[in-house]
Design a protein around this ligand. Structure first.
Ligand code: DO4
Ligand code: MG
Length: 296
């Protein structure tokens, strides 16, 4: 069972549930957080609440592929874990020109994972909306990641697809620049759906694919599997919760295992597709936000 949010004919945001056979049922809740709250108040899971809601109703006639999907959740905060896959460790060492044991080597092996604030609702986009590349970076990539949708006590309520847009030259110059290498307007994309956790058979066996198109030609493609993750999801969540305040609907991205080769950078006009079967394809055009003026 997946939860989506689409734009109705009246241009209103409409929440809906999508069954495994692809039927779409309208939900009365206005947001994913409202669904979580209602389930909690009724002492039920989101899945059982949705199943009861749709059991006596009919699916809509429109097909899922014809709906204009938006952000399935408006998270107050998106957090991200880093260097949770060997591929990420190698890529960070390369971009920072590390010699000897680096901070990246250390954090990959350490008990405490790297966890950082990635985005807020106003910086986050859903499928179809452009992700932006920075005007002051020459080396930028998408980071395809599995996202955990959490409640305020850290339970994993669902899974989504995330794009942790990143600037490799800014982070490579100095790791203290991490917030600038990670956070800017439209630097985070999530969606197209949230798959409810109970309906995911094995979250440690999810295929993640990434494709990048330039002028209609595929210029990059790679795949990874969450089985390659160095850590457990509960472990990442437990560090996020430590001495912190976490909101219902917080998204925690779990790190990337796909990094394009060093001669690749995103360009204005590219299209990024990130796919996790069972959740969907997160597709975003890439844009340089030329209206942003650099402060000299
Ligand atoms: O250390 C920087 C961030 C790494 C990251 O975002 C990732 O591994 O996905
Ligand atoms: Mg990342």
């Amino acid at each position: 069972m997946k939860i989506i949010c689409f734009q109705s004919a009246e241009s209103l945001e409409q929440m809906a549930a999508v069954t495994d056979s692809g039927e779409v049922y309208l939900l009365h809740q206005k947001s994913f957080q409202e669904l979580m709250k209602e389930a909690e108040n009724k002492n039920e899971t989101c899945l059982s609440l949705v199943q009861q809601t749709i059991k006596d109703s009919l699916p809509i006639e429109e097909k899922l592929e014809n709906l204009s999907l938006g952000l399935p959740i408006k998270p107050d905060e998106v957090w991200a874990a880093g260097v949770t896959y060997m591929r990420s460790r190698e890529a960070r060492n390369l971009e920072s020109k590390a010699t000897g044991e680096s901070f990246y080597d250390k954090v990959y092996e350490a008990d405490r994972p790297e966890i950082f604030l990635k985005s807020t609702f106003h910086r986050t986009v859903g499928p179809g909306t452009p992700v932006y590349i920075r005007t002051d970076s020459k080396w930028q990539i998408p980071e395809p990641e599995l996202g955990l949708v959490l409640n305020r006590t850290g339970d994993i309520i669902g899974y989504t697809v995330g794009n942790d847009m990143s600037s490799r030259d800014i982070e490579g110059e100095n790791p203290l620049y991490l917030p600038q290498a990670k956070i800017w307007k439209h630097s985070c994309s999530i969606g197209p759906s949230i798959r409810l956790a109970e309906t995911v058979e094995d979250p440690y066996n999810l295929l993640i694919s990434c494709r990048i198109y330039r002028e209609g030609t595929k210029v990059f493609e790679d795949h990874a599997n969450t089985s390659q993750l160095k850590r457990k999801y509960d472990e990442l969540v437990s560090y996020l919760l430590r001495d912190n305040v976490v909101f219902d609907g917080t998204v925690l991205l779990t790190g990337t295992c796909i990094v394009p080769d060093e001669d690749f950078t995103l360009l204005d006009g590219d299209v990024v597709e990130i796919e996790i079967p069972g959740i969907g394809v997160l597709r975003n055009p890439v844009q340089i936000q030329s209206s942003i003026k650099l402060v000299k």
